[in-house]
Design a protein around this ligand. Structure first.
Ligand SMILES: [Zn+2]
Length: 444
């Protein structure tokens, strides 16, 4: 079967903007009404704010709807109907799958989905994969642990749905996965940036295989911002000889954004399925114009079992100024998710986003993929330490690498670092999401 259409849904993805807004408004009214009537948890929040479904008529009305925070969801769980609590909007019998968040910022949140929700997940991911060039001729290898985290589960089903052949590499170890990719001549895969780089390391050092000689031609990344950090993206693309695309999503939200084949410096928001609002961190006003960063407030417009309405994601994003050459009318966010309000920290009075350090480290060819940033205090003074690895063969360039690294860090982050060099392979390796930033000043 050969299908060479540019869009997964040619009508929806090219709708005139005013029609998209109309669609979002109608869908918001529908999901709000559903949630208000089905969920005791949500209804009490909206009643306290004095908002009823019939009050929502415009986008301005939507902005009056209280935000939902992750911590609020934690408090209701493990209660009846067990284990989801009273945010559940369907009979427990209709829930067909359990997932939970990874718990990197605290107690995991449980996420029930019905079969209808699960089809929605797969449909959202179909937009992503099709936009990134996945076609029925692809053989897609899935190198992730199939478990209680949503990870790439929906990517798996979407790849099947659009007609690809899917190879679930679940419990295989990294070496076995690489050998299977080689054996089956897989053409695409999905993984976190940390694992994409880690697999390449293993291929070269343990198997003597050059990843660019394998048949992988496209890689979809999620779970970490790396595929939107230009130096990390380039590193992955060079090592694998493949195109690397970003996608941002979350368990409690859904698969809300994607980079397309044009790689035009941002992610499309799937505006047919999600309403994204960007809120100014200081003034709390909703930002409509490009070039101003704020945190994302997001609504999943078609998710029914445990809805996501004006969820405070803590992701930092900004609208892109220019439309994408691909012709999709969905708005784009510039540079993907550029950070999290949780991660942004002040060091010596300067705001530091960990992604800025990654951008610098990964732009220097003589440095390995791994690094660690540790912030602590020496007396009353903040101190920031950066641990990096020198690539094999770069030993005689050590001094110039160090000077260059210091200069670039000062330029990009306005901070000076205590830099520690390690031999290649000495820093910890991570399988899925890396923990590379530690702020020891925070009290737990
Ligand atoms: Zn595009």
């Amino acid at each position: 079967m050969t299908i060479e259409l540019k869009y997964w849904n040619p009508v929806i993805e090219t709708l005139p903007v005013k029609n998209i807004r109309q669609l979002q408004l109608e869908k918001f009214k529908r999901i709000f009404k559903w949630t208000y009537h089905q969920s005791k948890f949500h209804r009490s929040i909206y009643d306290d704010a004095g908002i009823k479904p019939e009050d929502i008529q415009t986008f301005e009305d939507i902005r009056q709807v209280p935000k939902i925070e992750k911590s609020m969801m934690r408090n209701i769980q493990r209660k009846d109907p067990f284990p989801y609590g009273d945010a559940l909007c369907v009979p427990l019998d209709d829930v067909s799958v359990f997932r939970q968040t990874s718990g990197t910022t605290g107690q995991p949140v449980y996420q029930p989905d019905t079969w209808q929700d699960w089809e929605w997940w797969a449909e959202c991911w179909s937009y992503i994969l099709w936009a990134q060039g996945y076609r029925p001729s692809d053989r897609v290898f899935m190198p992730f642990g199939y478990n209680i985290f949503v990870a790439f589960w929906a990517g798996h089903y979407a790849a099947e749905k659009i007609g690809c052949e899917v190879v679930p590499g679940g419990v295989l170890d990294t070496r076995a996965r690489i050998l299977k990719i080689q054996e089956l001549r897989a053409t695409a895969m999905m993984a976190t940036p940390t694992y994409v780089l880690g697999m390449a390391d293993t291929a070269r050092s343990k198997l003597g295989i050059d990843p660019s000689q394998l048949t992988i031609k496209k890689i979809t990344c999620a779970g970490e911002p790396g595929a939107s950090i230009s130096s990390t993206k380039k590193r992955m693309e060079d090592i694998w000889g493949a195109k690397v695309y970003d996608h941002a999503g979350a368990t409690e939200i859904g698969a809300w954004s994607y980079e397309c084949i044009e790689q035009s410096g941002g992610l499309h928001v799937n505006e047919a399925f999600f309403l994204v609002e960007i809120q100014d961190l200081e003034t709390a006003e909703i930002i409509e114009t490009p070039g101003r960063q704020g945190k994302m407030i997001i609504t999943a417009l078609d998710r029914y079992a445990q809805p996501c309405i004006r969820f405070d994601s803590k992701d930092l994003i900004e609208w892109a100024a220019d439309p994408c050459p691909c012709g999709r009318t969905f708005r784009m966010i510039k540079g993907g998710v550029v950070g999290r309000t949780d991660d942004i920290t002040k060091v010596k009075g300067v705001l530091l986003a960990p992604a800025a350090v990654e951008e610098v480290v990964r732009s220097i060819d003589d440095l390995g993929n791994e690094y660690e940033v540790i912030v602590d205090k020496l007396g009353d003074v903040d101190r920031i330490k950066l641990k990096v690895e020198l690539n094999p063969g770069a030993e005689n360039r050590f001094r110039s690498v160090k000077t260059h690294l210091k200069e670039q860090l000062r330029l990009k982050t306005n901070l000076t670092y205590l830099i520690e060099f390690y031999d290649y392979g000495k820093l910890p390796r991570y399988e899925v999401k890396a923990k590379r930033f530690k702020d020891l000043r925070k009290k737990f």
